[in-house]
Design a protein around this ligand. Structure first.
Ligand code: 5GP
Length: 202
């Protein structure tokens, strides 16, 4: 069986990664989304095991020591990580999986799994990004300033990625990422073959 494709989606906080990923999952029912583990407290409406697996810093550190994570990073003072076993299991079953992670995590995954596709989701402008973070209403002013500092730094890392997609309209951004995944699936180097086997007679 051909292994599934691992798709990394990164981009500055507030760019709309979550919304674009949800749209992508609606458009492509065979895609799976990796549920990260974090020490960040749940936001109103977030459920353990759905948006994140919520845990304590001491448990997270123990998981790091036990090589539990494919990648992990500290983002805005909290730990975030992707469970290695969960990702491997989905890929081995032939399903594709999206990792919605930050830039530090994206670099770690690309080093270990070079065939992963990485997509940098960019805002139409920095002003639009700030407006989205303020509009979300989940951060206090200090946190918003913090996130904008991180965002400006993260924007400079776009050239570490395979693809850049601008999130102006969620539907368009999700459809574009869907097309990228479709095109990757047609790659011979990923195991695509003509029906009937091919290769015997030229
Ligand atoms: P939030 O707290 O707003 O849900 O996420 C904050 C940041 O952490 C976002 O940039 C998000 O992509 C990133 N993030 C979420 N899960 C992971 C993860 O498992 N690993 C890494 N490296 N970053 C993550």
């Amino acid at each position: 069986m051909v292994e599934g494709i691992l798709i990394i989606i990164s981009g500055p906080s507030g760019v709309g990664k979550g919304t674009v990923c949800q749209k992508l999952l609606q458009l492509n029912k065979s895609l799976r989304l990796s549920v990260s583990t974090t020490t960040r407290p749940p936001r109103p409406g977030e459920e353990d095991g759905v948006e994140y697996h919520f845990t304590t810093a001491s448990q997270f550190k123990e998981m790091i020591e036990n090589a539990y994570f494919l990648e992990w990073a500290v983002v805005h003072d909290h730990y975030y990580g992707t469970r290695r076993d969960a990702v491997k299991k989905i890929l081995a079953s032939g399903q594709d999986i999206i990792l919605e992670i930050d830039i530090q995590g994206a670099e770690q995954v690309k080093k270990q799994i070079p065939e992963a596709i990485s997509v940098f989701l960019a805002p139409p402008s920095m002003k639009a990004l700030e407006e989205r973070i303020i509009g979300r209403g989940t951060e206090d002013p200090d946190r918003i300033a913090d996130r904008m500092v991180t965002a400006r730094r993260e924007m400079k890392a776009y050239d570490l990625y395979d693809y850049i997609v601008v999130n102006d309209l969620v539907e368009d951004a999700a459809a574009l990422i869907g097309s990228i995944i479709d095109a990757e699936k047609c790659k011979v180097s990923r195991g695509a073959r003509p029906s009937g086997g091919g290769g015997d007679s030229k």
